[in-house]
Structures are given as structure tokens and as C-alpha cells.
Design a protein around this ligand. Structure first.
Ligand code: SF4
Length: 460
């Protein structure tokens, strides 16, 4: 049965549309601290050197040619291609310094170039970065290598270079195909351009194609959103990420350039999400969770089915269990004990590397309690269910006794039709899958510290 027929969702939205984390990690980046002892941090990192591991590499390329007004990413606006030469010099330096934190037999199973705009790099700069990666790391033969592509800033030379350095998945930023919406967000990208670049990628052998869309942008209506979805489905992407626009002008100053009178109402915004969730399965897509959809034969759908789906700083992933090495300005690295984030300003990133130090700005050391809550929250986000007995067994705890308060609070979620409880757990309903963040928030012990700080986007 379509979600739209099940319940009066608007009432639920007015109750649950509150600021909350997206849970790409737990604890979230707001818990990171810049008060840490570098020497003991490095000791901890170097001790990771003892055993070979499979790793995921994230490389942040911060440069963009022009500013999209809705953007919440860490970026540097410039038109100077030489900026990227200097940046790659520093990436190489960071790689050399960080090599001693991993065992020489560790291999890389996943690479992701994110941004900013990775295709800001010229083809020769892409070849150079690929060569550096190959020189310093051992790559797994079945590596997943994905790159975020701005269709407005890419040509055959980029695509050839990406293919030759091993890229096998492309994520294209589309956002919306309607011209009025594109003008309102300062990102003009004719749909024909997106279509042509997708064809070029496929012809070059980069067959796995993701599209990123956003709902809740100025000038969007249900009708323009349906048209956007129809357009992108005509190119048959393997995955669709349909993100809720997060309006946080206090934290993202460029969003002040958007005309607030042009935003769709909460009702219209919700109708776009419901339209996607209700109709995409008819086109062969599985609702993975929150904002992700994938073809039923895609690895993400298989991971959901096999209960191996994970979540990391980039969203849903089939490889999120891997230790992550983040390189470049603002990147986050993660292992089971520590999260650490690089300097978020280019100047600070360069100057720390100039003094031969890893450019770490903030860290978080996970406690035992963090690890248990992280597991709970990731199960809610990825499996849409929780089994109390399994958690008790896995962590050697009495789940029902430790999480007594949380379990009292979830009965309200059940009355609202978001979960169904059983003797030793609960499962999340189809309606509840629209409110995964709210359900996870019950188990977040840090939330009260940030509730009034405009730190998070709204959950719907
Ligand atoms: S949306 Fe992408 S291309 Fe636009 S400014 Fe942000 S990072 Fe750059």
C-alpha cells in the first residue's frame, strides 16, 4: 500500500520535523574536540600499524568554479587550475606522513573522490593523483572507485583520465532539472548536458551511475519534482540519492542568497518525498533508507537484503565497515576507536603539513557506551529493526535494563505507527522509515547538549 494512503503524515511531520543529526556517524562531528594530546594520539594511530587491514580512502577536492547558493559542503571557489597543483603536492605530503599509521600490507578496497568538485582537476592533474595513489597504496583487485562529477565541468579528457586511474562509479550532481529552480539556486545545468555526460561515462566503461537530487529547493513544486524524476529515470541511473534540502543560513552563509519566499511549504516538500518513495519501486528501485534508492540488482540493494548495509560519513555504503582514511582539507578518518577530522581551512591544512605534522584539527575517542549506541543507531538506519537479545549477547550487557529510559520513550513511536514492538525488539514500519532520524535520536545520549543550538537540519 502506498505510504500516502496509510496515515495522516502531515500530523506526524508537524510533530517530528525537528532538528536532528543525519547519523552518518555516531557520535556526530559536533562531539569532536580540538583539545587532544598530539603525542598520545599519534601513539594510538601508529599502533594501528601492527596488523594489515582493508581500508577505504576518501580524498576531498575542495575547489569549485562557482558557488551554488544551497551548498553546505566545504569548498573553495576559484577559477585558477594551479590551485589544484599545489593542493595535490600537499595531498602527496599528507599521504607520505600518514603511511606510518597503516600496515604496509593493508589494501584499499574503496576510494571516493568527493568535494567541492573533483572534476575541477584537469585531466593531467587526475592522472597525477592516480599515480600518487598507485605508488603509495596497495589497491584491492575488486576496488570500488567512485568520483563525484559536476556535469557542467567535465569533458571527454576528464572521463578518460578517471577511467584510466581506475574509477568505476560516478556520482553526478543533478539537484533538479527545472530551469526556474536552477536559476533560483544559481546552478544552471541543462538536462541535455547531464544526459550527454552520462552517455560519455557509460561509453568509457564507467557503468555504475548515481544521481544526486535535492527536494525542498526554492521554486520546486510537486509538479517540477515529478518532471525531474521522470527526466532522470529516462537515463536509468543505478542509484538515486534524493536529499532533503537543509536550510541552515546561520551555518551556511551562502544560503542567505536564496529567496525564502520561494521555498515549498512543508506539505509540498513532504509530498515530493512521498512521491519518490511511492513511485520509484514501480521503476525497479528499492528504498534503501532515508534518502537513498537503488536498482534491485545494485550492491546497495543486495546489502540491504543480506543485512550487510552500513552507513559512513558519505551516507549508505556496502564498505562502511572498513577503516576510513580521509585525505585533504576537512576530511574525516575513522577506525573503531577514534574519529579525526583534518583542518577545515586551506591555509591551516597547508601550514600544518609544512611543519611535517598530520593536519588533524579535531578528534573523538569512542567510549564503550558510544560503541554500543553507535551499533544501535546504525541498525535503526540500515536494518530498520532492533533485536535486544542480539545486542545483549554481542556486547555482554542486559540491554533492557541499561536502555530502560529509551524503551519507555519508544512506546510513543509505536502509538504513532512508526515502529511495531515485539517481546525482544522492534521493527520500523514503512511510515517509520520516513522518520529514521527521529527513531535513532531516542538512543543518542548527546542530543540534549545541542538541541537548542541550530546545530542540525530538520529531520523531514
Ligand atoms: S554544490 Fe557542489 S559544485 Fe556547487 S558550490 Fe557546492 S560543492 Fe561546489
Amino acid at each position: 500500500m502506498p505510504i500516502s494512503n496509510q496515515i495522516d503524515l502531515l500530523d506526524l511531520v508537524s510533530k517530528y520535523n525537528v532538528p536532528g543529526p543525519r547519523y552518518t556517524s555516531y557520535p556526530t562531528a559536533l562531539q569532536f574536540t580540538n583539545e587532544f594530546d598530539s603525542a598520545s594520539l599519534l601513539d594510538g594511530l601508529y599502533s594501528g600499524h601492527q596488523t594489515p587491514k582493508s581500508l577505504s580512502l576518501y580524498i576531498h577536492i575542495p575547489f569549485c568554479h562557482s558557488l551554488c547558493w544551497y551548498c553546505g559542503c566545504t569548498k573553495v571557489i576559484t577559477k585558477d587550475p594551479a590551485s589544484a597543483d599545489k593542493y595535490i603536492d600537499y595531498l602527496e605530503k599528507e599521504i607520505k606522513l600518514s603511511l606510518s599509521t597503516i600496515h604496509p600490507d593493508s589494501d584499499i578496497k574503496q576510494i571516493h573522490f568527493g568535494g567541492g568538485t573533483p572534476t575541477f582537476l584537469l585531466p593531467e592533474q587526475i592522472y597525477r593523483l592516480g599515480d600518487i595513489i598507485n605508488r603509495f597504496y596497495k589497491l584491492h583487485p575488486d576496488i570500488e572507485f567512485s568520483v563525484e562529477i559536476d556535469p557542467r565541468r567535465v569533458h571527454e579528457g576528464h572521463i578518460q583520465a578517471l577511467k584510466e586511474i581506475g574509477c568505476n562509479r560516478a556520482s553526478l550532481g543533478v539537484q533538479d532539472t527545472n530551469e526556474e529552480v536552477q536559476k533560483a539556486i544559481h546552478r544552471i545545468q541543462p538536462f541535455e548536458q547531464t544526459k550527454r555526460i552520462t552517455e560519455l561515462l557509460r561509453n568509457a566503461g564507467i557503468q555504475n551511475i548515481n544521481f544526486d537530487l535535492i527536494y525542498g529547493l526554492p521554486k520546486q513544486t510537486l509538479s517540477t519534482f515529478r518532471e525531474t524524476l521522470k527526466n532522470v529515470l529516462s537515463i536509468d541511473p543505478d542509484r538515486l540519492a534524493i536529499y532533503s534540502y537543509a536550510h541552515m543560513p546561520a551555518r551556511m552563509p551562502s544560503q542567505k542568497l536564496l529567496n525564502e519566499d520561494d521555498f515549498p511549504s512543508t506539505r509540498d516538500k513532504l509530498s515530493m518525498l512521498i512521491y519518490a518513495v511511492d513511485t520509484l519501486p514501480h521503476s525497479g528501485y528499492v528504498f534503501i533508507g532515508m534518502d537513498h534508492f537503488a536498482k534491485s540488482n545494485d550492491e546497495l540493494s543486495k546489502a540491504l537484503h543480506n543485512e550487510t548495509l552500513q552507513r559512513n560519513f558519505q551516507g549508505y555504503s556496502t564498505h562502511a565497515d572498513l577503516e576510513m582514511i580521509g585525505l585533504g582539507m576537512s576530511s574525516i578518518s575513522q577506525n573503531s576507536a577514534i574519529y579525526r577530522q583534518n583542518e577545515k581551512e586551506l591555509y591551516a591544512y597547508y601550514s600544518t603539513l609544512d611543519s611535517d605534522n598530520l593536519p588533524i584539527q579535531k578528534i573523538l575517542e569512542l567510549t564503550d557506551e558510544d560503541r554500543i549506541r553507535k551499533n544501535i543507531i546504525m541498525q535503526i538506519m540500515c536494518k530498520a529493526e532492533l533485536n535486544f537479545d542480539r545486542l545483549s549477547e554481542n556486547f555482554g550487557i542486559n540491554f533492557q535494563s541499561i536502555f530502560k529510559d529509551e524503551l519507555n520513550r519508544i512506546s510513543e513511536l509505536e502509538s504513532d505507527g512508526l515502529i511495531i514492538q515485539s517481546e525482544n525488539g522492534f521493527r520500523i514500519t514503512k511510515t517509520g522509515r520516513l522518520f529514521l532520524r527521529n527513531i535513532a535520536m531516542v538512543f543518542d545520549s548527546y542530543l540534549s547538549q545541542h538541541r537548542n543550538k541550530k546545530a542540525y537540519s530538520r529531520t523531514v
